[in-house]
Design a protein. Structure first.
Length: 95
């Protein structure tokens, strides 16, 4: 971020630390926050602008939702399967 002059780019509410969300909440375009402390140090933020999110039609995102849910279920099933293997595995170490 330093290489870009401190520009953090665009992000949504909740995508950064809660301290940043609190500092940016209520700022108008062009306003500068007070000093914000995080685990990374101290920061001063400037509200460059706001964008409103767009509501998308369900039919347009149905495939993405289905894919995401399938991936989540597959990941959970794999974790459960792998944990079962770990619990049932017999390992004999002889030195």
């Amino acid at each position: 971020q330093r290489a870009e002059g401190g520009d953090m780019g665009s992000f949504g509410v909740g995508e950064l630390t809660p301290a940043f969300d609190r500092a940016l909440d209520g700022l108008e375009e062009g306003e500068i926050s007070g000093l914000v402390e995080t685990v990374d140090g101290f920061h001063i933020l400037k509200m460059i602008g706001r964008q409103t999110g767009a509501v998308r039609q369900f039919d347009a995102v149905k495939g993405e939702i289905s894919k995401t849910l399938t991936e989540q279920k597959t990941d959970e099933a794999f974790k459960t399967w792998a944990e079962g293997l770990r619990k049932s595995a017999y390992i004999d170490i002889r030195l």
